[in-house]
Ligand binder design. Structure first.
Ligand code: DC
Length: 226
């Protein structure tokens, strides 16, 4: 089978924009595989924190990325056979992931691993450079965003529901800092590519956003057949 004929939907966007939630829902609806590329960067961060690797040591971080012993099963993530699904979601891992993601060699080490998720019948993936670098031939590319205020409010709600204390002001500050770092790096920066469709979810529900992506996907399939 020609791997390039397997349809891919990429959903890129800033942190806490809801792209993971939407990507997972769309993948479920279509019966497609799902890749959370941010989780890979977070896994490198977790492993680096555990091994006490300096954040400026690009070589060691790239080696961790290249040799990461990870597997994904349903909604769970295992690093070296240990369940780390919640562990990689901490703010510490997110910030570390954002920092090490600016190293070209770290990014390069993760390319093959990410492309391997392209399996029949299709793939939905979310991240920062899914449409621009990893799957440039994706059938549908979405750039999903929302205002920083709304993203902070959504993250706040998630944390409170999990019983974790948080401050909206602090969360918004953290989100804006991460946006800035992810957008300003020289390699694969977070930006809407010219062939990606913009989906601003500031005033949309999860269901509305999901349906919009599904509708766009159907349009892409129809125009491909014509
Ligand atoms: O999507 P996330 O918040 O889980 O991602 C964590 C960090 O990983 C993010 O701040 C930047 C980096 N990342 C990246 O550089 N490229 C991707 N495709 C996904 C994530």
């Amino acid at each position: 089978m020609d791997i390039n004929s397997i349809p891919v939907i990429t959903i890129d966007g800033p942190s806490a924009s809801g792209k993971g939630t939407i990507a997972q829902l769309v993948a479920k609806k279509l019966g497609f595989h799902y890749l959370d590329s941010g989780a890979l960067y977070r896994l490198v961060a977790l492993k680096a924190l555990q091994a006490d690797i300096n954040i400026s040591d690009e070589n060691k971080l790239a080696k961790i990325a290249a040799t990461l012993d990870v597997f994904f099963e349903n909604d769970q993530i295992y690093l070296e056979n240990k369940l780390v699904t919640d562990k990689i979601r901490t703010e510490e891992c997110g910030v570390m992931a954002s920092k090490l993601a600016s190293f070209p060699r770290v990014r390069e080490s993760l390319i093959v691993r990410q492309r391997a998720f392209r399996q029949p019948p299709g793939l939905v993936t979310d991240g920062r450079d899914m449409g621009s670098v990893i799957f440039p031939d994706a059938l549908l590319k979405v750039f999903l965003t929302a205002s920083a205020e709304i993203r902070a409010q959504r993250r706040y709600k998630q944390l409170i529901e999990k019983g974790i204390n948080a401050s909206i002001v602090e969360l918004q500050r953290g989100i804006q800092k991460r946006d800035e770092r992810d957008s300003k790096r020289s390699v694969a920066p977070l930006q809407q590519s010219s062939d990606a469709r913009l989906l601003d979810t500031t005033s949309l529900s999860i269901l509305q956003a999901q349906n919009c992506v599904l509708e766009w996907y159907r349009e892409c399939c129809t125009s491909e057949r014509v």
